[in-house]
Structure formats: C-alpha cells, structure tokens
Write a protein that binds this ligand. Structure first.
Ligand SMILES: Nc1nc2c(ncn2[C@@H]2O[C@H](COP(=O)(O)OP(=O)(O)OP(=O)(O)O)[C@@H](O)[C@H]2O)c(=O)[nH]1
Ligand SMILES: [Mg+2]
Length: 285
C-alpha cells in the first residue's frame, strides 16, 4: 500500500526495470487512471515504457467523476498519443463492474488483430499498470471474478510470475505495475492527495482540506453550497471553510473553529462523492 511506499530515485529505477521486464511478457497493457484527475494520475514514463505495445486506457472511478468530463476525457485521451493510432479508452467502475464488458470487447478486438494470419496462437497476455490507489487490484479482481492470489505478502515466497486466467481465455499478470506518482508538480501532488493516492501528510489535513475547498469553490460552487448549506461562496477558501465548519458544528470549546475536523470531513465527503460527482482536471477543448 501507498503508506509503505517512499519513492526515491533508486526505487523509481527499480520499478522501471521491473515494469520493463513484465512488459516483455505481455501482449497488451491496461493503463488505469483516476477519472477525477486524468492528468495527475498518469505517469508520463508510461508512454516511453509501453511504446510499441497495444494499450488501453481505463478511466477508473468514473462513478466519482463528473459524467460530462468523463466523456470529454475519453475523447481527448483517445486522440492523444502520437497521432498515429487511436488509443482505446474505456470508462470504468471497478466496484460495480461498469464498463468491464466494453473493456473485454476491446481486448477481444486487440487479440484478433494480433492473431491475424497466425495458426497456432498463444493466449493473449495482459498486465495492468497505474499509480497507487487508482484501482488496479480492484480491476484485477473484477476481471478474474475473484480475489486474486497475492504473491509477495510473505517473505520467502518465490518471485515467479503468476498468471490469472480470464473467462475469455486471456491471461492476466497477477502483479500490477505500480508506477510512481508525479511528485514534481505541486498541483499534481495536491490532486493526488485530494483523491487519496498519496498520504494526506504532504500537507496537514486542515491545509489540504482548505486547498480542496478552494478548488471546489472555483469549479463546483453550486455543489459546495448545496452540500454545506452555504448562502454564498465567500472570497477566500478560509472563509468558506469557516462557514462550512459552523454549519457542520465543527466547533471546539470557546467557539473556536475545529479546522482539523472540517478539513477531514470535506476530504472524506469529496472522496466518497457525497459532495457530488467531481472532476478536478479538465480535458482541453
Ligand atoms: N468508487 C470507486 N472506488 C473504487 C473504484 N476502483 C477502486 N476503488 C476503491 O479505491 C481504493 C483503491 O483500490 P485498489 O484496487 O486497492 O487500488 P490499487 O491501484 O490496487 O492500489 P495500490 O495497490 O495501493 O497501488 C479501494 O478503496 C477501492 O475500493 C471505482 O471504480 N469506483
Ligand atoms: Mg493494489
């Protein structure tokens, strides 16, 4: 889990090598990204690593993101890339299985394309890659219809690669490639923290919550006002935060605002889409 991951240059190098090694074993790659932050949850290294291999982009957690934004992203991501080929994009909800049929259909087409003109064909092999917490394991479990075997959780377990069989005969590498998140860009760091992909500790909870309130006030003022029964959007994130704290009774003795509690509350309610379906990064028109 992310709590145990500290990305330092040596770690990144090792991860890159590991993914490169896995890539040699597969026919195609499923790149999982978070539909709420399709820019921040992508690691640009993936383009370089996967280049030359068929890839499908999965906009996961689409149930938490703005539907209209999902559609725009699906279009934008399909057209991006090197301009040569269109990258297939699916909008997924790995919790309910929404979009899985579409994913399997596209994979089937990719497999047929590979098999063209061949007689004895090997099973089509896949791997899943993505930054922490985007839903890689959930997708693996969804695709295999069960809780997939964990390999590395006990010391001494052989490092042999395990393949999970899908109903359609394809094989899925049971270890997802965990890419490191984009820490370099402070905005990406914030977005990843808002969505729970990196530990809250990059900032203290009250500050992180206040930053999120600032973003929501700008992009989703109506949802914010509705959820927290605000009469208006105030000038600054801090004022909004205080108004929200009063509405929710996040008050300490002596009528002081409990910034810690309102900060945590807004982060939790954003992450569980209680405020609404929210996307934090938008595709360019
Ligand atoms: N709402 C919603 N939640 C999801 C979806 N996919 C995964 N989750 C939740 O997101 C969290 C992370 O999912 P995982 O499947 O563990 O993500 P991961 O990419 O394997 O994470 P790491 O192994 O830490 O890199 C879990 O709490 C899941 O229940 C989705 O499509 N929608
Ligand atoms: Mg996982």
């Amino acid at each position: 889990m992310i709590e145990n991951i500290n990305w330092y240059p040596g770690h990144m190098k090792k991860t890159r090598e590991l993914i490169q090694e896995y890539l040699k074993l597969v026919d195609a790659v499923i790149e999982v990204i978070d539909a709420r932050i399709p820019v921040s949850s992508r690691n640009p290294i993936i383009d370089e690593l996967v280049s030359g291999k068929p890839r499908i982009i999965a906009l996961n957690k689409s149930d938490l993101a703005d539907e209209e934004a999902n559609r725009r992203w699906a279009d934008a991501l399909a057209k991006a890339g090197d301009g040569k080929a269109v990258t297939p994009v699916v909008t997924l909800n790995s919790m309910t299985g929404g979009g899985i049929k579409q994913l399997l259909k596209i994979l089937g087409e990719m497999e047929r394309e590979r098999n063209e003109g061949r007689t004895a064909v090997k099973p089509y092999r896949l791997m899943i890659v993505g930054v922490p917490n985007v839903g890689k394991s959930s997708l693996i479990n969804r695709l295999t219809g069960k809780k997939s075997a964990k390999t590395g959780d006990k010391p001494g377990v052989t490092k042999g690669k395990q393949w999970l069989r899908l109903e359609n005969g394809m094989q899925l590498l049971d270890t997802p490639g965990i890419l490191w998140p984009k820490f370099e860009d402070p905005k990406a760091g914030l977005n990843l923290a808002f969505c729970g992909s990196i530990k809250d500790e990059i900032l203290d909870v009250p500050t992180l919550g206040m930053e999120l309130i600032g973003v929501l006030a700008e992009n989703y003022p109506k949802l914010l006002m509705q959820r927290y029964k605000l009469d208006e959007i105030a000038e600054t994130p801090l004022e909004n935060m205080e108004a929200m704290a009063l509405k929710r009774g996040c008050i300490l003795s002596g009528k002081r605002i409990d910034y810690e509690r309102i900060g945590k509350l807004v982060l939790d309610e954003f992450r569980s889409a209680k405020i609404g379906r929210i996307t934090l990064e938008f595709a360019e028109e």
